[in-house]
Design a protein around this ligand. Structure first.
Ligand SMILES: N[C@@H](CCC(=O)N[C@@H](CS)C(=O)NCC(=O)O)C(=O)O
Length: 103
């Protein structure tokens, strides 16, 4: 691992860390049309997010159920504001929320 040579480089690394450290997670399946709607909205709003792929049969779905109560995608978890974490199902509700919060 190289050493950080100067403060400019250091600030670039730091900025990159913060801008590339997404705090929105989308539990989803690639072929699900409701998930596609939400992914398109994320792109339209220029948002970065963590994609949690939940294919049928995946043991990770237990986490989805633990969080939201149902094995349904899309499911959004937004902890951008840690004092007011937002978690929701329903693509239309998710898109309304993203539009209201980030446009
Ligand atoms: N009304 C919901 C419908 C979501 C939905 O039907 N998702 C399907 C996948 S396309 C699902 O999660 N099915 C349960 C499963 O895959 O186990 C929405 O708009 O988000």
């Amino acid at each position: 691992m190289g050493t950080i040579s100067n403060s400019h480089e250091q600030s670039l690394i730091q900025n990159n860390f913060y801008t590339c450290n997404p705090m929105i997670e989308l539990y989803q399946m690639e072929h699900c049309p409701f998930c596609a709607k939400v992914r398109q909205k994320m792109e339209e709003l220029d948002l970065d997010y963590i994609c949690r792929n939940m294919p049928k049969g995946s043991p990770k779905r237990k986490l989805l159920v633990a969080l939201g109560g149902k094995e349904q995608v899309p499911y959004l978890v937004d902890t951008t504001n840690p004092k007011n974490p937002v978690m929701m199902y329903e693509s239309d509700d998710i898109n309304d929320y993203l539009e209201k919060t980030y446009s």
